[in-house]
Design a protein around this ligand. Structure first.
Ligand SMILES: Cc1cc2nc3c(=O)[nH]c(=O)nc-3n(C[C@H](O)[C@H](O)[C@H](O)COP(=O)(O)O)c2cc1C
Length: 324
C-alpha cells in the first residue's frame, strides 16, 4: 500500500507529481475547457438540471470564485453531440457526460451537484428543518451501531461571532509558529510538526490557515448557524469514519431541503480554548471533530466541480478489467 505524503508545508516550494486540486489548477483547467470547447450556443439550448442563474455574492469571497468555476463547467454537459472528452488535462469525462443528468434521480442530483456554500443569507434556518437534518445524521450507520457522536447546535449570533474571532486568533497564532517562509529559522521545528501532523500542514490546509491569519478568509463564512459534531473516541473500529458518515448524511439532507452547507475542519482550533471546551463539555472521550455550517445560500453555489478519477480494478465473471 502506498501512503500519500504531503507535498510540503506552507513555506515549501516543492512540487509533487500528482497535483492536489488547488485553485490555480482548477482555474487553468476551466480556462482550457472554455478555450477548447465552443459550446456557448449549445449551452443556451440545453440547460443542465440544477444549473441556475448566478446572483451576486459577497465581494472577495471564496464563494464568488466557486460560482465562476461552476458556471464555466456547466457548459460541458450541454453538448451531447461532441464526443466524451476530458474537461481539461488528463481528467476523464465528467460525470455529467457519462451519466446524463436527465437520468439522475433526486438523490444522485443532490450528491453530484452539491457544493460547499461560503456565502449565506442572514435568514435563520427554521428549527424544524434543523431537527430533520439532525435526524438524518442520527440514523447513520456506525460500526457495531455504537453511534460515536454528539451534536451541538449553535444559532446564537453573539456566540457565533465570538467563535469566529477566537478561531481567527488561534489560527493566526498557529500560522505564526509554522510560517517559515517569512521566518526561515522556524523551518526546523515546522519540519517536526509536519512529521507529527502531516495532514494538517499539507499545502491546502496551511494555505487556508495563512489566508485566515491574513484576514482574507473567514472561518465560519457568516453562516447563521452551525452544527458541531463531536466524536466519542471509544467508538468501535474507526469512529472518525463513522462521524464522517453522520456529517455526510446531514449535509445531503440539508441540500435536499434547498439549504447550503460547508464542513469546517479548522473549527477544531476552538478546542484549544478552555472556555469552549467547558461550555461544550469537550473532555475525554469526546473530541470536537467538525463544524457543519448550515444556511440559505446567497445565489446557487451548487453545480459540477472537477473530481479526479482513479483507476478501478474490476473483477467480473469474465475476468479482470480496469475502469475509470
Ligand atoms: C472534512 C472536511 C473539512 C473541511 N474543512 C473546510 C474548512 O475548514 N473551511 C472551508 O472553507 N472548507 C472546508 N471544507 C470544504 C472543502 O474545501 C470542499 O468540500 C472541497 O473543496 C470540495 O468542494 P465542494 O464541497 O464545493 O464540492 C471541508 C470539507 C471536508 C469534507
Amino acid at each position: 500500500m502506498t501512503k500519500k505524503k504531503p507535498a510540503g508545508t506552507a513555506g515549501s516550494k516543492k512540487k509533487t507529481k500528482k497535483k492536489a486540486p488547488t485553485k490555480p489548477a482548477v482555474k487553468k483547467s476551466v480556462a482550457a475547457a472554455k478555450k477548447k470547447t465552443p459550446l456557448k450556443a449549445a449551452e443556451k439550448k440545453t440547460p443542465v438540471p440544477g444549473a441556475k442563474k448566478k446572483t451576486a455574492t459577497k465581494k472577495g469571497s471564496l464563494q464568488k470564485a466557486t460560482v465562476k468555476k461552476t458556471a464555466a463547467r456547466k457548459i460541458l454537459p450541454a453538448d451531447k453531440n461532441k464526443s466524451s472528452r476530458p474537461a481539461a488535462g488528463s481528467i476523464t469525462p465528467p460525470i455529467e457526460k457519462v451519466f446524463l443528468p436527465n437520468d439522475w434521480n433526486n438523490t444522485e442530483k443532490i450528491i453530484l451537484a452539491r457544493r460547499s456554500t461560503r456565502a449565506y443569507q442572514k435568514k435563520q434556518v427554521p428549527e424544524q428543518m434543523v431537527r430533520r437534518i439532525i435526524e438524518c445524521g442520527r440514523y447513520s450507520p456506525s460500526e457495531g451501531n455504537y453511534q460515536p457522536w454528539r451534536f451541538i447546535v449553535i444559532r446564537d449570533q453573539k456566540m457565533l461571532k465570538e467563535m469566529e474571532a477566537d478561531a481567527q486568533k488561534m489560527i493566526a497564532k498557529i500560522w505564526n509558529v509554522v510560517n517559515y517562509r517569512d521566518h526561515p529559522w522556524r523551518k526546523y521545528h515546522t519540519k517536526v510538526f509536519e512529521y507529527l501532523a502531516p495532514s494538517m500542514l499539507h499545502p491546502i490546509p496551511s494555505g487556508a490557515i495563512e489566508a485566515v491569519a491574513q484576514g482574507k478568509f473567514n472561518v465560519f463564512w457568516g453562516a447563521p448557524m452551525m452544527i458541531l459534531i463531536l466524536k466519542d473516541k471509544r467508538g468501535i473500529g474507526n469512529p472518525d469514519l463513522n462521524v464522517g458518515i453522520v456529517g455526510t448524511n446531514m449535509v445531503l439532507a440539508a441540500h435536499s431541503m434547498g439549504l447550503g452547507t460547508c464542513w469546517i475542519g479548522i473549527s477544531r482550533v476552538l478546542a484549544y480554548y478552555k472556555k469552549w471546551r467547558r461550555l461544550f463539555n469537550i473532555r475525554h472521550p469526546w473530541a470536537l471533530e467538525e463544524a457543519l455550517l448550515v444556511g440559505f445560500p446567497i445565489g446557487d453555489p451548487d453545480g459540477f466541480v472537477h473530481r479526479d478519477t482513479h483507476k478501478i480494478d474490476w473483477f467480473d465473471d469474465n475476468g479482470h478489467k480496469v475502469v475509470r
